[in-house]
Design a protein around this ligand. Structure first.
Ligand code: NAD
Length: 259
């Protein structure tokens, strides 16, 4: 029956936590998961996460805003325990929080290196560990972490070796933990966006026509990705429709990484 074909895509009755949810791709993820029926806990290090939660609620999504920093492993563990108690279980984690910056390697500071690793890689690990261990106990759950084209190719012309390595690390973390937790029915995948139209992309040069042209020339689809396209991949991957997919890095980049 046609209706059954779509049943597995539904997230009705499930609770999802999305980090980095105060804006950008995080907003699109919230709207996608909420649109598929999930209750969405928006998490971010900034106060405006509460406004983002209110804005999502105004669109009919069941939400809650929580402020915490993903680099604080004790805070991550505390929030995971509290949310688990409040909602009975967290079914879905999307580890989306991340930062970018620019530096060539010869001038790359220790601070930039450690800051980007702390947020983009340690922060993902802390969230995967704290939310994931409760999924392992329940023998049910799905996790997606956000990697990047910068984790599979040497992107140009922007330079940020630490960012690139942190994103390669995220993809491999998902591969390793996806295999480790497969016997427990907990799936772990990465999603790798191409150049996506958000504030972060503004910071690394979107307003500069020369840089933008270089990105578009390197992208077979000849356009930037929209946050909703990244969110669409995530909505599928966290649903039961993707029950056979784990340990993968699903590139959503209009052909950038394939070319
Ligand atoms: N925009 C792109 O072109 C692109 C491409 C590939 C991958 N990505 C990745 O997608 C994810 C989302 O990016 P975006 O473009 O929406 O960026 P963005 O800057 O718009 O959003 C990132 C969010 O993460 C939050 N954040 C930063 N540090 C945090 C911390 N320590 N704890 C909790 N939250 C924190 C920020 O407050 C912000 O709301 C990032 O991981 C990014 O690396 C983006």
């Amino acid at each position: 029956m046609a209706s059954d074909a779509f049943a597995n895509y539904s997230l009705a009755g499930k609770t999802a936590v999305v980090t980095g949810a105060a804006g950008g791709i995080g907003t699109a993820i919230t709207e996608r998961l909420g649109g598929l029926g999930a209750t969405v806990v928006l998490a971010d290090a900034v106060d405006r996460v509460h406004d983002a939660a209110k804005a999502a609620a105004a669109k009919g999504i069941k939400t809650k805003g929580v402020k915490f920093d993903v680099t604080d492993s004790k805070a991550v563990e505390k929030v995971a325990a509290e949310l688990n108690e409040e909602f009975g279980a967290i079914d879905i984690l999307v580890a989306n929080a991340g930062i970018a910056y620019e530096s060539n390697t010869q001038d790359h500071s220790d601070d930039d290196w450690h800051r980007v690793m702390k947020i983009n890689l340690d922060g993902v690990f802390y969230c995967v560990r704290s939310f994931g261990k409760r999924m392992v106990e329940r023998k049910r759950g799905s996790i997606v972490a956000i990697s990047s084209i910068a984790g599979v190719k040497a992107v140009r012309p922007e330079l940020h070796a630490g960012y690139d390595v942190s994103k390669a690390g995220v993809a491999h973390l998902c591969r390793v933990v996806g295999v480790e937790w497969a016997p427990f029915n907990v799936r772990v995948n990465a999603v790798g966006p191409g150049y996506t139209n958000t504030e972060m992309l503004q910071k690394v040069g979107m307003a500069n026509p020369e840089i933008l042209n270089m990105w578009l020339n390197d992208t077979p689809g000849k356009r930037l990705m929209e946050p909703t396209e990244i969110a669409a991949t995530i909505g599928f991957l966290v649903s039961d429709a993707a029950s056979g997919i784990t340990g993968q890095n699903v590139m959503t980049d209009n052909g950038y990484s394939a070319s």
